[in-house]
Design a protein around this ligand. Structure first.
Ligand code: AMP
Ligand code: ZN
Length: 470
């Protein structure tokens, strides 16, 4: 039985899809706001999303999964204050908003691909759905849950008796933190913008029933989820920061338009911390996958690192722990190859294999407990008796982990014994070794890129360069 923790009910519940006939699970994930390079904290949320997908698929479900790309409307505060993040970034970089959106969407897609994260069935851009958003706001206003001010259209939270159903206790915290100088035109300090009147200089704006406007961030997700998944769907995912504002407001909008809470399960991934505080773009204390790669940490080692904590627990980033994750991943791969290379087959009883398999899937069925599942994988990896049966089992587990356990890592110290590395490549590796010794880092980076072009990836570790065939 698959159990998932539902933020809405604050408990683990048995998962059953709404549509039991087709066995299709409909999921919506809040995607990135593409105003900057994604950081590894963001990536934690998408690794979780991917694990959830793969567990659902293992359970025999078909998926219809939408992830949006926010390219308009997300202000520098998650509520209604500040500038649009996209416009701010465009201004600072002296680029058009559309070029900014394209550049960072591509960076995001590259990052999730290097983490072996599968793409959801639909990737939807906010700016492609302005009509649907305007219609949605119209329904809310027509149902009397919205009102117009000189700044835009606002949601009337007082009208909705269920407002706050997701975050519950957090609302009082929000109230305590609410600024004193709230917009005097707002009926209630919790009311939020659905549709915002665009000042003259605003670049992204559209003609609408309420004049030249741009959408609020929350309406984007409501409009896109309904368009592709219907008024009610199975699972909505995001990071914990979404609970008190963004998701609360999505639910309010949906109740205002259709009377329903749009998702049966609301699932949230906890934060990646740094120095025990939040890692976020706005605080400027972020690392990207590229920053990790520069230190010889491959993206999949970061994925492994996230497996050291359950998705509902905070995880603290330190360089030591990601280096340790790279070492553990290498060891797990080595253990896989020891089983694989043993060439011994059928020596492990079906009963033993099934026992391990059951423990593994039981862990995942318990609210996607990947750390527990990883412990079972290590049990298999460390088995004294070597067997191709175990190697196969590890590869089966890797369909969920997505760590490429059968990827070969070759230490440069044994390069001489490896005959299939061309001389040209050996030469570059040696030159790079020298460059690093002489602290010529620009040259060393250039040589690393050259190796990449030739199909060899370099990982720098305490023991020197390691070469991996891509
Ligand atoms: P954004 O691009 O800021 O809209 O964020 C994209 C996703 O990353 C959202 O699901 C956020 O909740 C999530 N997120 C942002 N910062 C972190 C963090 N430090 N740790 C985990 N998830 C995060
Ligand atoms: Zn969203």
């Amino acid at each position: 039985m698959l159990k998932l923790y539902n933020t809405l009910t604050k408990q683990k519940e048995e998962f059953k899809p709404i549509d039991t006939k087709s066995n299709e699970v409909r999921i919506y994930t809040c995607g990135p706001t593409v105003y900057s390079y994604p950081h590894i904290g963001n990536m934690r949320a998408y690794i979780f999303m991917d694990n959830l997908r793969k567990v659902l698929k293992h359970n025999g479900y078909k998926l219809k999964h939408v992830m949006n790309i926010t390219d308009v409307g997300h202000l520098t505060s998650d509520a209604d204050e500040g500038e649009d993040k996209m416009l701010k970034s465009a201004r600072e970089k002296n680029m058009s908003v559309y070029d900014i959106a394209n550049m960072y969407t591509e960076a995001f897609l590259n990052d999730i691909s290097s983490l072996n994260v599968e793409l959801p069935e639909y990737i939807t851009k906010a700016t492609d759905h302005i009509k649907e958003m305007e219609e949605y706001v119209g329904e809310i206003v027509d149902n009397d849950y919205g009102y117009v001010t000189s700044k835009g259209v606002y949601f009337d939270t007082k009208k909705l008796t269920t407002y706050g159903e997701l975050s519950k206790a957090n609302l009082s915290e929000q109230k305590a933190g609410a600024r004193v100088d709230v917009d005097p035109e707002k009926k209630n300090y919790l009311d939020f913008a659905l549709w915002i009147k665009a000042p003259k200089e605003h670049i992204m704006k559209w003609d609408s029933r309420w004049g030249v406007c741009y959408p609020g961030w929350h309406i984007e997700c409501s409009a896109m989820s309904r368009k592709y998944l219907g008024e009610e769907f199975d699972i909505h995912t995001g990071g914990v920061d979404h609970i008190p504002i963004h998701h609360e407001n999505e639910i309010a909008q949906s109740r205002g338009a259709t009377g329903k809470n749009p998702a049966h399960f609301w699932m949230h991934c906890e934060f990646l911390l740094i120095d025990s505080g939040k890692m976020s773009k706005s605080l400027g204390n972020v690392y990207t996958l590229k920053n990790l790669e520069e230190k010889g940490i491959e993206p999949l080692a970061y994925r492994y690192f996230t497996y050291t904590s359950h998705y509902r627990n905070k995880l603290n980033f330190t360089w030591e722990s990601v280096f340790a994750a790279q070492t553990s991943l290498n060891r797990l791969r080595e253990a896989y190859f020891q089983h694989e290379n043993s060439q011994v087959v059928n020596n492990i009883s079906a009963q033993r294999l099934n026992e391990l398999r059951t423990k593994f899937y039981d862990a995942l069925s318990d609210d996607i407990n990947v750390p527990m599942a990883l412990a079972i994988a290590w049990e298999v990896a460390k088995e004294q008796e070597k067997s191709v049966d175990y190697a196969k089992l590890l590869l089966e587990f890797d369909e969920i982990f997505s760590l490429k356990l059968n990827r070969k890592v070759r230490p440069s110290s044994v390069l001489d014994e490896v005959t299939d590395i061309p001389n040209e490549v050996r030469d570059i590796i040696e030159r790079r070794k020298l460059a690093r010794q002489n602290k010529e880092f620009a040259l060393s980076d250039e040589l690393r890129d050259k190796l990449m072009e030739l199909g060899y990836k370099v990982i720098d570790s305490k023991d020197g360069q390691k070469i991996e065939v891509i």
